[in-house]
Design a protein around this ligand. Structure first.
Ligand code: GBH
Length: 511
């Protein structure tokens, strides 16, 4: 063992699985789940199934721009961006990547990249300016043109119905606090199914309820910027999940080909990874992944158990006590609508071991530990191994990695290119770990890199760049980064390039 590794272990007092960046925790078979670990010694390298879907993702408000064009109505993000101090440098999504006008160029980039699928979201107020009622044909036309362009490029769309840009008009009517919000969402979803289900078979109802409810209504860091009382926040969450379920029903009822229609729900997956390869640490990490502990939105079970299992998790119910919303028992039955897959957005994990008292204990992040441009993101590749395992074991649903990526403060180098070895190294490490989970039987069918383009990173404005393609916002010039080329080769090899030591700058760091 190298000296630095020894001291890191001493610092932590445990063998440093996730914290050593490359995972050494391989005792997965003992975790009691259904996914059967194969692998073992001599079984090296990544292997992705033939039909594995490589993709890229974006979201409407983050890329489209054209905020005041062709009849689009205001969303809570338009309003929030105008609030002093709400967004870094007062940035807004008014122009963003101008994808609304440049979608053909962007689809051409995707074609060059060789992705099989594109995950994007629809701007609710572009198609229904007031959220419900009058339909805006010009808004629908945009998505229709986009879908046709994707069709020509042979790229399968994954349509996210809602990625945070909630109609201002509905917010004024109480938003998610209004019980009718679930029906409003179903009306909107039914419209999309009517118009687009001839070309769209892959659907996501909502992206990251933890964020649009939690960051938007409890924490206030995201639009609409509310800091509700805890009980009201839980009511908003409850209605959000009712809305998801009604959207599932609307899709089943309105899709042109219900059998071919696959509906998913996407979480901001909060992963706990084990500190060592000891089974008890894996169990501690699993317990921490699904615990509802603390009066904050950063957990999984609160947002997933009701819609998949039909009940609120007991630890959360106990913790929230009298703040629990009052609701009809039939709500829980209605919330549990069969879905076809769970989407996990995985960026990082926290590290846990079994504590002296037998309970999961979170370990501190060592000083100077590798981080992204976004402070919240530690570089923890094993997150994308353990996360899918734990989610599959609990919910028994096929999985998609609907987002994964790294914020880097990229710039154009003197040679005119954007060199982003950090992102390549990140993707190499994370995809190797994902490949390992898949090899061990965890049913992950697709991976969407976040993001195709640098884009509007919510309250961080344009400070953080997540793209495989650099965007020079003043000129809207697109510059594919080194990682674009790396991902292109990776897709062309169906993941095998992860094993080629010479092909990639990051090759030496993965086993
Ligand atoms: C995703 O959100 C979004 O879907 C996407 O729109 C966004 O651009 C992308 O990721 C990159 O950020 O861990 O307590 O410090 C990720 C949202 C941001 C949620 C960080 C949790 C930190 C809370 N996550 N946030 S904490």
């Amino acid at each position: 063992m190298r000296d630095d590794a020894v001291s890191r272990r001493k610092f932590l007092g445990v063998s440093a699985a996730g914290l050593a960046m490359t995972s050494t925790a391989r005792a997965a078979g003992k975790t009691g789940g259904d996914a059967k670990p194969g692998g073992g010694k001599g079984d090296k390298g990544a292997a992705f199934p033939k039909d594995f879907v490589w993709g890229v993702a974006t979201a409407s408000y983050q890329v489209e721009g054209a905020a005041n064009e062709d009849g689009r109505g205001a969303s809570v993000w338009d309003t929030f961006c105008r609030k002093k101090g709400a967004v870094f440098e007062g940035d807004t999504g008014e122009t963003a990547c101008d994808h609304y006008h440049r979608y053909k160029d962007d689809v051409a980039l995707m074609k060059t990249l060789g992705v099989k699928s594109y995950r994007f979201s629809v701007s609710w107020t572009r198609v229904l300016p007031n959220g419900i009622g009058a339909v805006n044909g010009k808004g629908l036309d945009f998505y229709s043109r986009l879908l046709d362009e994707l069709g020509k490029a042979n790229i399968t769309p994954m349509l996210t119905v809602f990625h945070w840009d909630y109609p201002e008009a509905l917010y004024k009517r109480g938003g998610w606090l209004n019980r009718d919000s679930a029906d409003w969402f179903a009306e909107y979803t039914a419209l999309l199914a009517d118009k687009f289900s001839d070309r769209v078979k892959l659907w996501v109802t909502q992206n990251e309820p933890q964020c649009f409810i939690g960051l938007g209504h409890l924490d206030g860091a995201h639009a609409p910027g509310d800091k509700l009382k805890f009980g009201d926040y839980l009511l908003a969450a409850h209605n959000g999940m009712r809305a998801h379920a009604k959207a599932v029903q609307a899709l089943r009822a309105h899709a042109k080909d219900p059998k071919a229609t696959k509906v998913g729900y996407v979480l901001s997956a909060q992963i706990a990874q084990p500190a060592s390869d000891k089974p008890e640490d894996a169990e501690a990490a699993r317990a921490a992944t699904f615990a509802v502990a603390g009066r904050h939105p950063w957990n999984n079970a609160w947002w997933t158990d009701p819609v998949v299992l039909g009940k609120y998790p007991e630890d959360g119910v106990a913790e929230y006590g009298k703040d629990m919303p009052k609701f009809k028992p039939s709500d829980l039955d209605e919330m549990k609508q069969p879905i076809d897959f769970l989407g996990l957005n995985i960026y990082k994990a926290d590290t846990y071991r079994r504590g002296a008292d037998g309970k999961p204990e979170r370990l501190p992040t060592p000083p100077g530990y590798p981080r992204a441009g976004s402070d919240w993101q530690t570089i923890t590749p094993a997150s994308i191994y353990w996360g899918p395992r734990f989610f599959y074991d609990r919910y028994k649903l096929p999985l998609s990695i609907t987002e994964n990526g790294l914020a880097v403060r990229d710039h154009v180098f003197l040679d005119g290119k954007v060199h982003d070895p950090q992102r390549i190294d990140f993707m190499h490490r994370y995809l190797s770990e994902l490949g390992r989970a898949i090899k061990e039987g965890v049913p992950v069918g697709s991976y969407y890199a976040w993001s195709l383009l640098d884009n509007f990173e919510w309250s961080d404005g344009y400070k953080q760049r997540f793209g495989l393609v650099y965007v020079d916002y003043p000129t809207q010039k697109r510059v594919p980064k080194d990682s674009f080329d790396w991902y292109r080769k990776l897709i062309a090899s169906n993941g095998k390039a992860l094993n080629e030591k010479t092909a990639l700058p990051a090759a030496k760091v993965t086993p």
